[in-house]
Write a protein that binds this ligand. Structure first.
Ligand SMILES: CC(C)(COP(=O)(O)OP(=O)(O)OC[C@H]1O[C@@H](n2cnc3c(N)ncnc32)[C@H](O)[C@@H]1OP(=O)(O)O)[C@@H](O)C(=O)NCCC(=O)NCCS
Length: 179
């Protein structure tokens, strides 16, 4: 199984079909979806589709959200990492890479979004040689916005995400080594 990165407390590895139970636990939880359009999934087939889509990203782009495993317990805590946004235009961008994270609530508040997000951004700059990595969050989503800032992204502007007609905050970080 491919390990993409490791941090002090987490293993960041490829998401596989064996993560189906964990992915269903994650995405069927209403607390997790509070700032994600409030549509938790009802069906394991939706979790499987997410895994399939992520694995297609690995093949097409060499990136995709990573499964995050807590080293201390060996537990699947959720996912973190980069994604190629190749479907919907956002803030005038298409085919751009964003950093994101989504964890089971008992693992919130431990700094894992910050820790894993830093590793994902480093991977994007050092291994993938991207110029810029982006981040988005709902305006009221203080934890996600703080984590983006902790990772080193800078707030740029609010924008309306047309596909959902909701306002989001847009963040960016540039690859210093390329400028
Ligand atoms: C958003 C999420 C990933 C954050 O994960 P996390 O591991 O708890 O985040 P971190 O601990 O790395 O950092 C969160 C920061 O926000 C702060 N924070 C958390 N809740 C907050 C709140 N309600 N108000 C203000 N700040 C808050 C924390 O103190 C921390 O900042 P600090 O490091 O300066 O103390 C997690 O809550 C989650 O999985 N939510 C559901 C999925 C989701 O919404 N994903 C993001 C979509 S944009």
């Amino acid at each position: 199984m491919k390990v993409f990165a490791e941090t002090d407390r987490l293993i960041l590895r490829e998401l596989t079909n064996n993560d189906l139970e964990g992915m269903f636990q994650l995405d069927s939880d209403a607390r997790v979806h509070q700032f994600l359009g409030k549509r938790p999934i009802q069906d394991k087939a939706d979790a499987q589709r997410y895994i399939d889509h992520t694995r297609t990203q690995y093949q097409k782009y060499g990136i995709g959200r990573w499964a995050a495993i807590e080293k201390e317990t060996g537990e699947f805590i959720g996912w973190s990492g980069l994604k190629m946004n190749d479907e919907n235009q956002m803030n005038g961008h298409i085919n751009f890479v964003d950093v994101g994270y989504r964890f089971i609530p008992k693992f919130w508040g431990k700094g894992y979004a910050t820790e894993s997000g830093k590793a994902a951004v480093a991977y994007g700059f050092e291994k993938m040689n991207y110029d810029t990595i982006y981040g988005m969050a709902e305006l009221e989503h203080k934890a996600s916005r703080k984590a983006l800032e902790n990772i080193g992204l800078k707030y740029v502007q609010d924008f309306i995400y047309e596909a959902e007609n909701i306002p989001l905050a847009w963040y960016e970080i540039r690859n210093d080594k390329k400028s």
